[in-house]
Design a protein around this ligand. Structure first.
Ligand code: WQD
Length: 344
């Protein structure tokens, strides 16, 4: 078993991955500044797994934080970090357009500081939280990893920049083991309803918005565009259950620890597309609540359809998604109903 550092491990995907890794017998150290997450998520992860984890509270921009993660008391007590799963970062497209330098600082400079600390500590195995957003307007769908990387917003550019940084490290001849995982649309929650997605303020993303309408926190959903070239005119996306995504991280980590130094770049998606109205309908069935909506204009920067070709991850990791849109809505509703105000 390995001792793993999860940066941003209290976040939506980080907390679900921490749970899967603890249950697989690994030791977990979480580094998080809680700017967009809650310590409660970590309490519940430990409750669900019946195991404890270590916490380094702070941000990657603070040298003392990295020293504690890779060198300080915790390090000497707990031992060296064998690998890092790097979730910490900002991920709101609209915010990145309004504050591009913030995204270049937190996402890119933060990653550079992390990689320098790893190199100094001789820890050269990392799974990176990348995003399908770096494909921009896809040339075709389903999307394969060799399709053009053409980000159309600063958030996407920051993810592409970190992927480039990692690829350059792999070309230095040192023994770096890297997996850049390009997530499609992570949604849902752990079936217990104890951990889930808890966005700050008005959700940018469809699934938490639908969920908040169903629980009565929002009056209605605005459907961005009903004239797309899709089966019902609304946007199509590849929704991946967060538990499938967490298991994909464990599979990527196991592969890196088992195989020689390499760079893996993989799409993590289901390979199935669902429209906005498909999601609304499925969520209404799962929750027994109505989700009122209004058809409005398209959102700038949106594509009609973004769906993964997940075959490379299946081939290299022996991993595929196993949960359906119905599972996603059932589990997402269990979280929302039990936690109408998230972790607050
Ligand atoms: C999904 C569909 C919208 C909200 C984004 C980021 C991407 C990744 C996942 C981090 C689209 C429609 C949405 C609403 C709507 N995040 N929609 N009404 O845009 O595919 O991807 O989240 O890595 O980087 O770009 O996800 O959930 O915002 O939109 O009609 O209130 O739902 O038009 O068709 P998206 P989304």
């Amino acid at each position: 078993m390995a001792r793993l550092l999860l940066t941003g491990g209290a976040g939506f995907i980080g907390s679900h991955t921490a749970l899967v890794l603890l249950e697989a017998g690994h030791e977990v150290v979480v580094l998080d500044d809680f700017r967009n997450s809650s310590p409660k998520a970590l309490e519940r992860v430990q409750e669900l797994s019946g195991r404890s984890l270590d916490l380094v509270a702070g941000s990657l921009g603070d040298p003392a934080t990295l020293e504690r993660a890779f060198g300080g008391g915790l390090y000497s007590r707990g031992g060296a970090i064998d690998a890092v799963i790097h979730f910490a970062g900002l991920k709101a497209v609209g915010e990145s357009v309004r504050h591009p330098l913030l995204y270049w600082d937190v996402n890119v400079n933060g990653s550079r500081l992390l990689l320098e600390a790893m190199d100094r500590a001789g820890c050269r195995t990392i799974v990176f939280s990348s995003s399908a957003t770096l494909y921009g307007m896809p040339e075709r769908t389903p999307i394969v990893e060799t399709d053009a990387v053409r980000p159309i917003n600063p958030y996407g550019h920051s993810k592409a920049a970190v992927e480039r940084m990692l690829a350059d490290l792999c070309e230095t001849g040192a023994d770096w083991r890297v997996a850049s995982l390009r997530y499609f649309n992570p949604v849902g929650a752990h079936p217990s309803g104890r951990i889930g997605e808890d966005p700050e303020g008005i959700p940018n993303n469809l699934f938490p918005f639908v969920s908040q309408v169903a629980v009565g926190r929002r009056p209605e959903l605005q459907v961005f565009g009903s004239d797309w070239p899709t089966h019902d005119g609304t946007g199509m996306r590849d929704y991946i259950h967060v538990m499938d995504l967490a298991e994909g991280h464990r599979a990527a980590l196991d592969t890196l620890l088992r195989e020689p130094p390499q760079l893996l770049t993989l799409n993590l998606g289901s390979g199935r597309g669902h429209s906005v109205l498909d999601v609304v309908r499925a969520f209404e069935i799962a929750s027994g609540r109505s989700v009122p909506y209004r058809l409005v204009d398209r959102r700038p920067g949106d594509a009609a359809e973004t769906v993964a070709d997940p075959s490379l991850a299946a081939e290299r990791l022996g991993w595929r998604t196993s949960r359906s849109l119905e599972d996603i809505c059932r589990d997402g509703w269990a979280w929302q109903q039990a936690n109408p105000s998230g972790y607050r």
